[in-house]
Design a protein around this ligand. Structure first.
Ligand code: SF4
Ligand code: SF4
Length: 294
């Protein structure tokens, strides 16, 4: 348990345009469990103090919005902001609001901007928060963008770490937070060109895939359930950077390709539009675009 000698790091978890799947994934963290994460010391002497999370907190209404303001105003530069979900920007953000001020709805973009300005760092959790993701899929009438785009448009210079995935693996989030508590914010060479920690997003799925030998031998599955490489069934492993084949999901139980499905590239910028159709073989023309869009 936390004692007075333990440093508490305030965390605000702000949900924008999200299906809440990223929260569900992280709440299912196995080691440490979410209880360990929130109650115990994540690393010796440091403890997370989760000040706000709309899905799991008991409070509601003005009292919890007041807590957002209090943390932002009194802990300037000392709290971590986690953003889950994309930010709707069209029509002054009217397509996504939370709370009211003077009887008027407060756009998610307004709150995300305000909280980002005072944060020590922002973690964009999930592909929607990192790159727009499914919320920004065509035709994107609400003008959803990732946090990076919001910060750029509003001129906010705060360290940003993207932890994409649809949903992200709990280890990717927990490991990123633990690393910040242990050694501070990641150095630029610890992040890739899309601000993802290389520790988790440093290698192609294709490099570590157990079906890689089939690929090299030219043995390709013709339908799901067949043995063989899933390249001809649309696998996006050759253009997707994540450690799923090594880390596995659901507490080490399995992962997409081991369970017979292909990788759909859920951690990449441009997901889902640039990676679609999911079950169509990658073409040489598509390759240069994938991973570049947002
Ligand atoms: S199944 Fe996908 S990731 Fe695995 S070897 Fe084939 S193309 Fe590469
Ligand atoms: S294997 Fe591909 S689609 Fe599946 S979780 Fe990993 S990156 Fe996402």
């Amino acid at each position: 348990m936390a004692s007075s000698s333990i440093a508490e790091i305030p965390v605000i978890w702000f949900q924008a345009s999200t299906c809440t799947g990223c929260s569900v994934s992280v709440l299912n963290s196995a080691s440490p469990t979410i209880k360990n994460l929130l109650i115990d010391e994540v690393i010796p002497g440091k403890h997370i103090n989760l000040r706000y999370h709309a899905t799991v907190m008991a409070g509601q209404g003005e009292a919890v919005f007041a807590e957002l303001d209090r943390t932002s105003d009194t802990r300037k530069g000392a709290y971590l902001l986690v953003v889950e979900g994309a930010i709707p920007m069209a029509e002054n953000g009217v397509y996504g609001c939370a709370g009211e001020k003077d009887g008027q709805p407060i756009p998610l973009a307004t709150t995300a901007e305000r909280l980002s300005r005072n944060a020590m760092a922002v973690i964009a959790l999930g592909t929607c928060a990192a790159f727009g993701g499914i919320a920004a899929g065509a035709p994107n009438p609400s003008g959803c963008v990732g946090v990076d785009r919001l910060l750029h448009q509003r001129g906010i210079d705060v360290p940003l770490i993207n932890v994409p995935g649809c949903p992200p693996h709990p280890d990717w989030f927990v490991g990123t937070v633990a690393s910040i508590l242990l050694s501070g914010l990641p150095k630029s060479d610890e992040l890739d060109e899309h601000k993802r920690p290389k520790a988790y997003y440093g290698k192609l799925i294709h490099e570590n895939c157990p079906r890689r030998a089939y690929f090299e031998e030219g043995k390709f599955a013709k339908k799901f359930g067949d043995p063989g490489c899933l390249n001809e069934l649309g696998c996006k492993g050759p253009v997707t950077y994540a450690d799923c084949p090594l880390r596995l999901w659901n507490n080490g139980t399995s992962w997409c390709i081991a369970s017979g499905g292909s990788c759909i590239g859920c951690v990449e910028p441009g997901f889902p539009d640039l990676l679609a159709p999911f079950y169509q073989k990658l073409t040489d023309e598509a390759l240069p675009a994938i991973g570049k869009g947002q």
